[in-house]
Design a protein. Structure first.
Length: 293
């Protein structure tokens, strides 16, 4: 078989990426961190994950497409739920896709597959999937209308969509605690609701509008409030949280002494939430379901 020359492989991948800014982050340091701490993130999100699977109601024999699959827990669980079908996970991050493949192989899930790609422009097979699933992966599209037009085209008539997406910052203590601890007297801008990022679908009306515009109906948005597990104790939680992208970003621009004091405040805040069962912080999401007519 003739291989693509190395100098052309990057161009080939770039031609399949529309969401360039997010690809740079998730196929870079951010994705590497999530791939490294995959088991911690999966545990942190467990409550919302279970609510998503309930909304998805996967039946055996179905074909499932998992958008922004990350390290593949949702894809693997979908594959287990449909042993006679298959589950395909797609994500921008090569590091997380590699982790997802390794975990699926370790569990001998032969009906779970993974591809690196941008779901906004990926050439999905038309009318092929019974369910499109996404666990916190649907908020990052540069052009949500284009992305969900493409995704809806992959759903068969009568097919279903199930997403879980974050609510606004002020409803998510696990992020607020980081901002408050690391503000260091600065007026931090509020992350924009509706822009590509964690709060891209924080407004339920916007979610409904986008899904309606691409031809989906029977749309339901239900609140999901679940504890975010941060660690076994305050020290463990600090090790996990302080290595994340939000902390790294907020430390930028601070002098070394100010950085040290900010991290001390974060550690103290996490210590105040330590329990015999670990450190838990509040989190809030929306579980969104819809159907292809």
């Amino acid at each position: 078989m003739c291989s693509v020359p190395e100098t052309d492989q990057g161009d080939l991948m770039a031609s399949k990426i529309a969401n360039v800014e997010m690809a740079a982050a998730w196929d870079g340091d951010e994705g590497a961190g999530w791939a490294r701490d995959w088991d911690r993130y999966d545990r942190s999100l467990r409550g919302h994950h279970e609510r998503l699977l309930l909304a998805a109601a996967i039946s055996d024999g179905e074909r499932v497409l998992d958008i922004g699959c990350g390290n593949g827990e949702s894809t693997r669980d979908a594959a287990r739920a449909t042993p006679g079908g298959e589950a395909l996970g797609i994500d921008l991050s090569s590091q997380m896709i590699e982790r997802a493949r390794t975990l699926a192989e370790g569990e001998r899930l032969m009906n779970a597959r993974f591809e690196q790609g941008d779901a906004q422009v990926h050439p999905f097979e038309a009318d092929a999937y019974d369910l499109v699933l996404s666990r916190f992966g649907a908020m990052f599209f540069a052009d949500p209308h284009a992305a969900f037009t493409n995704i809806a085209g992959a759903l068969r008539p009568g097919g279903r969509l199930a997403l879980v997406v974050w609510q606004r910052l002020e409803e998510n203590e696990w992020l607020q605690i980081v901002r408050e601890s690391l503000a260091s007297g600065r007026e931090l801008p509020s992350p924009p609701v509706g822009a590509p990022g964690p709060f891209g679908f924080a407004d339920p009306d916007r979610v409904t509008s986008v899904l309606t515009a691409v031809g989906l109906d029977d749309i339901d948005v239900t609140e999901s409030r679940e504890p975010f597990w941060a660690g076994t104790d305050a020290s463990d939680a600090f090790s996990f949280i302080s290595a994340g992208g939000p902390v790294r970003g907020l430390l930028e621009g601070l002098e070394p002494d100010d950085q040290a004091r900010a991290l001390e405040r974060l550690q103290a805040a996490l210590s105040s939430r330590d329990t015999d069962d670990g450190v838990y912080l509040g989190s809030a999401a929306w579980v969104v379901s819809a159907r292809h007519p």
